[in-house]
Design a protein. Structure first.
Lengths: 493, 493
């Protein structure tokens, strides 16, 4: 089974695709750039969504749902935002098909059903939401508006990659409105913190938090905050962003509120989102040549039981399965998600490889003799180690093990990330470090020209001006100018 | 506050719209036929979704996600299905906008970005799903496939009504594949049973279960099973449908499996769905002239505390609010969802009317003297009765009350439904009964011609051939022909 997964050293892009397809997380579809999220992948997404949804609600936000379509006139209202997304949006122009008179059984677009105004399938919902907020906000008493939505969005990407870049994807997008600039900036940073917390503590992906350079900002934002992870191919991956939108959307949609003093003021805005892309980040961070390594906290199955079944001994099999079920009941009471593999056709070795490929954190194996001896073999997916455990201690042992695995894969990823984050003061050295992969922390003169030149020459982009590094003075690695910006460069997905 | 709600006797359609808009469940949007589901409405939907999702999973189904778009060539593959939906679908024809050269700041569809093949925004997902199942099903070991998806769909309705009929709506759609006809029919009926269970036991809406006549079937189905509720305006409402699709989609998409004997056979299919329309059903079933009546099991807030606060006595207020919080902690431990109204600006009477309009099942009120006397006033939304309860017994009392309210509103709706389900053997009598509203149970000769005539003359349609009524022989109410079909007629939403 493990032979079916391409090894990282051979072809890391093929390895990634194998994880997704052979791990049964997603499948290609008949629609260009769109994928099918299969049950195993969707169960993972549900666990991620439920955990993050709780964090979003715990910070005072509520969910709502806004229309899929954005009328063109609204879409173009905030100019920078429109410019940023116009080149990659799906446009609905008609509302009816009719029978093709020249081709029986076929349909054509009915030219008489042309829309007066075209509808854009939302690439993001600022326009449609701010047009609604206009009617919801009158006075300071209506603020803040702290709303989130879980939805599908469409961006017509030319080069797609399963989970990482697809034409349609699932995400959540928060859209908040505030009375003051300070409050909106605080919200922007708070939600970046929630994303960092979620990504590190649930997905076990260490991230750098920071601010984007102007050229990497969200179209329509005054500032974009980001969390950036490092993938095993040495490339950075933007895991989530939180935008301070200033008054840009309030002005574009004329959203004002009456202050306590009775004055009319434009409101201040934020928006923030993470998507199914995080599944790609999770896969690329933890997996190995045997397949996926699921972080226990979000794994669809945290434990798989593989009893040694014998095709010709149904009674003995039943005893083993009953024992599994006993344990499952105990695990369930602790909120641990289990699966029992009762397949009689596949050999144990094949099953082991299959569960390893799918990344189930813990495997528990026993046969009739183990039952007599009151033991079980417990195997960890993260480091592939095995040990024999007394069945009396099994439940507590595995509960602790899940916590340990979660911590271990986070620490492992963090060590890799830290080792591959290097300081640099010389441009030739910079170029070779960038080519080797990982983050390079260095001084940049703050100009878009230098940023563009470096990108042209090295394919590296500024991922962020990070929180974690002191902004000491120094010389720009490219122009040699004195500057106080220290930034993280990397090639990125 | 209650004056803001139009009374049913005055204008029942306006009453319904008032419930939705003034109850803050949804709002009109800038997109024709699409609504915004506001936080209060979405919280209701989340409760409904979570309860139903559990029932769907408990019956062995798993969730997945399929693309929003259906390429035209797939859409037209199952001819009846295509014909049924072609007239009302949103069509994506282009993938880019560009700057309007004649109008600065405006965008136009880029004619160079025309899609080779148009994409239909899914009105339902059979086509895109069955095209995928083709690659997932090879042998009997791959069956049954029991998959559900929560998604948004679009049907270009000409006359829309909030929740009941919108261009975009949220729903779940189950799509299953089976080895045998019998198993698929069993699944179709099982899921109708799940819907009836959910609708009756969670939403407190009594429904008739039955089979649709041929002309009312889902496009592409061999049989459509339905649950039908009766609204307070005397009209029936289709609350959910479950379709036996025969081998129609298997043949259209060439989905075959190898049997245990090694033969190739087409698989058998079902699909089933309920949508945000159920929110409309819930509103129209239980609400009154004071506003919404929420079934406790799905109410966003089950209990609202209204402590008697005094603008100038902050210390006394704090004691009251602390007491509320004590109770909330106890209620929360029992899984009861609470809200405390601490607004200092609004008068109690206004608050009461507001919470009644929003349908919160139980209101708990106390002031400083009640605290001394260790009592609280508990008001029921369903029958508007109030009683004074010892604070020591409050939690248990309210817990029981919520169960009682759930049962009471169901029984009340069932009595209304039963009273307004009348037998009939004479066509003149039938016409007058139909005009009065409600269901009429009568004999029908089984022909589409008779069905069509009755519809033309009375606006009544066959809602279903119900499970609940014995199919005894009799004479068709219209043609006088001998028949064994007894069917439910009604005017419907």
């Amino acid at each position: 089974m493990s032979d079916f997964i391409t090894k990282r050293a051979e072809d890391i892009n093929q390895w990634y695709n194998d994880l997704v397809i052979k791990g049964e997380l997603a499948d290609y579809s008949s629609v260009r750039g769109c994928m099918v999220i299969k049950p195993y992948g969707y169960a993972l997404w549900e666990n991620m969504r439920d955990a993050l949804d709780k964090m979003i609600k715990d910070t005072g936000h509520v969910n709502a749902y806004f229309p899929l379509f954005v009328p063109k006139s609204l879409f173009e209202a905030e100019e920078k935002n429109a410019e940023g997304f116009a080149k990659e949006c799906a446009v609905v122009t008609h509302y009816r098909l009719k029978n093709d008179p020249n081709n029986k059984g076929k349909l054509i677009v009915d030219p008489e059903a042309k829309l007066e105004e075209e509808l854009v399938v939302r690439p993001t919902s600022e326009a449609v939401i701010w047009n609604t907020y206009k009617t919801w906000v009158q006075s300071y008493r209506d603020l803040p508006l702290l709303i989130n939505q879980w939805a599908n969005v469409v961006r017509w990407e030319m080069r797609t990659k399963l989970f990482l870049r697809t034409a349609e994807f699932l995400w959540q997008e928060g859209h908040t409105a505030h009375a003051t600039q300070a409050e909106a900036i605080e919200e922007t940073k708070k939600m970046l913190g929630v994303y960092a917390d979620f990504t590190e503590n649930w997905l076990a992906i260490p991230v750098y938090q920071g601010v984007k350079s102007e050229s990497e900002r969200f179209a329509g934002a005054d500032d974009t905050y980001t969390i950036e992870g490092l993938m095993q191919d040495g490339k950075a991956l933007q895991c989530g962003t939180s935008h301070f939108l200033g008054q840009n959307f309030a002005k574009a949609f004329d959203v004002k509120y009456q202050t306590t003093e009775g004055k009319d003021e434009y409101v201040w805005a934020t928006s923030w989102g993470v998507s199914t892309r995080l599944i790609g980040a999770l896969l690329m961070t933890h997996s190995d040549d045997k397949g996926i390594v699921m972080p226990p906290k979000v794994a669809p199955h945290q434990v798989v039981f593989v009893p040694f079944l014998h095709e010709k001994k149904p009674e003995q099999n039943q005893i083993l399965i009953d024992k599994c079920n006993e344990f499952v009941t105990q695990f369930k009471a602790k909120g641990i998600r289990c699966k029992i593999d009762t397949d009689l056709m596949k050999r144990p070795g094949f099953k082991f490889a299959e569960h390893e490929m799918k990344g189930i954190p813990v495997r528990i194996v026993f046969g009739p003799r183990d039952l007599e001896e009151n033991v079980a073999e417990v195997a960890r997916r993260d480091n592939l180690s095995k040990e024999s455990i007394s069945q009396d201690k099994l439940v507590d042992h595995v509960e602790n093990l899940l916590t340990e695995i979660q911590a271990n894969i986070y620490n492992r990823a963090k060590e890799y990330r830290n080792t591959n984050t290097r300081e640099c003061t010389d441009y030739e050295d910079f170029k070779s470090k960038i080519a080797e992969g990982g983050f390079v922390i260095t001084h940049w003169d703050g100009t878009a020209e230098t940023e563009e030149k470096i990108k042209e020459e090295t394919k590296a982009t500024i991922r962020c001006i990070p929180y974690d590094y002191e902004q000491t003075a120094g010389k720009c690695i490219y122009s040699g100018k004195e500057t106080k910006h220290r930034v993280l460069f990397a090639r990125a997905h």
